[in-house]
Structures are given as structure tokens and as C-alpha cells.
Design a protein around this ligand. Sequence first.
Ligand code: SAM
Length: 375
Amino acid sequence: MQKYTDSDKNIQKAAPCRLIDKLKENRTLTKDDWVRLITGRTPELAEYLFTLAREERHLYYGHDIYIRGLIEFTNYCRNDCLYCGIRKSNTHAARYRLTEDDILSCCRTGYELGFRTFVLQGGEDGYYTDEKMLRLIRQIKKQHPDCALTLSIGEKSYDSYRQYFEAGADRYLLRHETYNVLHYSRLHPPSLTAAKRQECLWRLKEIGYQVGTGFMVGSPYQTAEHLAEDMLFIKELNPQMVGIGPFIVHHDTPFKDQTSGTLELTLFMLGLLRLMLPKVLLPATTALGTIASNGRELGILAGANVVMPNLSPTSVRKDYSLYDNKICTGDEAAECRKSLESRMETIGYRIVTARGDSLNLSERKHLNLGGYNNV
Ligand code: SAM
């Protein structure tokens, strides 16, 4: 049997290590290099990557962790994404909507707990007309003028996005999910397309939102080439935030027999994102905390700098069930915040009371994409 020495290992490690150095220097890679780096990853390489990623993160954000108060205000959805537990065809989902008063009360509780960003997330629910959303946005901004408001309510017309922005919404989260057209079509019904999703992101940016995109790691049929394309798209979009988390199986979806994504690959992708966009806001997501009890801590140590505790009333928490075994479905907002605070302290980081705007600010792009209003 051939003997495996330390110097052989160094030779083996050298090529992917050089790719990480190249990424740090150029802040991007070619598609082939992304694929080589992702497929050639090893635990040693990951450690090297995380060390560099933490250095970048400390340079711009120190040891601060920004918190976002997540309010999951409706689980009604008109869409049928194959991976999602609140897809419209899931007749086992117990549907709920929070009232305007409920939402404002979540914000008040959050404010007292030190939150200065609220994220309104929900399925694409026609009940919340533009009129209702605009009233809600104005109310929140009136009651909490020092807070940032993030929307995450899916694909809307250009006009709706513009009106929400003018009413006071500051940021918008819309994961592109996967850049590759064919892969996108295997995860979504024919009514949803990768092109439309991406166009929404460009339009949000044009309007002036701080924009967040992202993807699931380990979604069914995903390859290293798909992840490479995701990285290239994100580089081009240059968003202010990138939310990634593992795909996790939900038992009442067509993907119930698929395999969930891994902690290991999600952490590696987080490290790569931090090196590619050093100033971006990068959450250690709830999904990461769901596949491993210390997943969010490891996410921070891989380069993330944001956590998003839940502010929704406990009575509805378990019903916003995107995937199985979601964590924090029973805790009150105050408990969630306290437990995250001590988890972060254990690894040497501190939660701060701040709006936490992205330092990855970019010029507004003025694109001329005719016909978008009909989207
Ligand atoms: N409707 C809005 C939208 O389309 O952006 C926001 C709600 S949607 C449920 C929020 C995110 O949940 C999606 O972008 C998707 O990436 C994630 N998600 C849904 N099902 C998931 C699953 N099974 N595992 C991991 N993440 C999931």
C-alpha cells in the first residue's frame, strides 16, 4: 500500500488553497475555479477559508452581531414551490394571518428587546393587498422611525415595490433560490421562472432598496456547477445581504423523500460568500440552527454576522413550517433573544442594538427592462 506522508497532503491541499487565495485577491473566480474549489473542499481547506473569512468580517463588522426581528405574518401562499411546507397544495398546513394590531404589537415587543430592524416575511398572500401593506409599512415606520423595515413577501409588480419603498420600506429579501434555469424549473411549478425572480431583484435594486438574495444549499438535483452559477450571479448583483441555509425536507411536500442539505457545505458556502463580498450582511439562518444544534454559532465562525430571532406570537410559530423540526417554535421573543445572546457570547461575539445597515452599498442601477410592470 502506498504510504501517505504529510508532504503529500500539503501537495494535495495546495491547489484548492491557492484558489482561496485567488478568491481573496480578485473577489471572484471563474466558473471552473468555483467548481474545483467546491468539489475539492476538505476539512483543512474549510478551516483555512473560515480563518480568512473571519478576518474580513472582523475588519468591517468587528465582533458585533446584528439582530433582525422576524415576523412571519402569514402562511397563506398562492405558490406551489416543491420544497416548501407552506405551498398552497399542502392541505395539512394550518393557515393563519396576523392582524395589523398583532404585527404592531410584535414590533413594540421587539423594540423593547433592542431590535432596530423588523423583517415582515410571509407567503404570497392576496389578502394583504398593496393598500393594506402600505398602511402597515407607514404605521411601523411612524411608531419606530429609528428602525429599518425589511420586506420578504415574494414577487410583486415594479409599481408595488416602488410604492412600498416610498412608504418607508428600506430593505427587501428575495432569494433567487437557484440561478440555473433548468434547476429552478425542477424546484418550482411552471408559473414561476428563474428569469422573473432575477428580474425582481434587479428592479428592487434599481428602486433603491438594500437587497438580499440567496439560495438553499443541497436542494434536490443541485450540483457544484449550480452553486458556481449562484456565486457568479451574486457577484454580479452585488446585494447588501445574502441569506443561505440548507434545504431541509418537509414531510408534506413532493420532496418528502429527498435528502436535506448538509451543515458542512452550508458553512463552506458562507465562508466563500464572505471572501467574495467582504462587506455583505450574512445571516446564520434558522435552518442552519435546525440541522445542527450549534449551527448558528458555526455559521458565525464561518463568516456570518447576522441572526434573525423570531418575534411572531408563539401561538402561530409552529404553523410557519417551511421544513421539518424548525427550531424556536415554542420560545417567547425575549427567551429567543436571550438564548441567542448567550450562544454568541460563548463564541466571543456580542449582539448589538443597531439598525445594522450593510456596508456593501452600491450605486443604484438604472436598467431599461421594458414590460416589467406586467410581470
Ligand atoms: N414568499 C417569500 C418569498 O418567496 O421570498 C418569503 C417566504 S419563503 C417561504 C422564504 C424562504 O424559505 C424561501 O426563499 C426558501 O429559500 C426558504 N425555504 C422554503 N422551504 C424551505 C425548505 N424546505 N428548506 C429550507 N429553506 C426553505
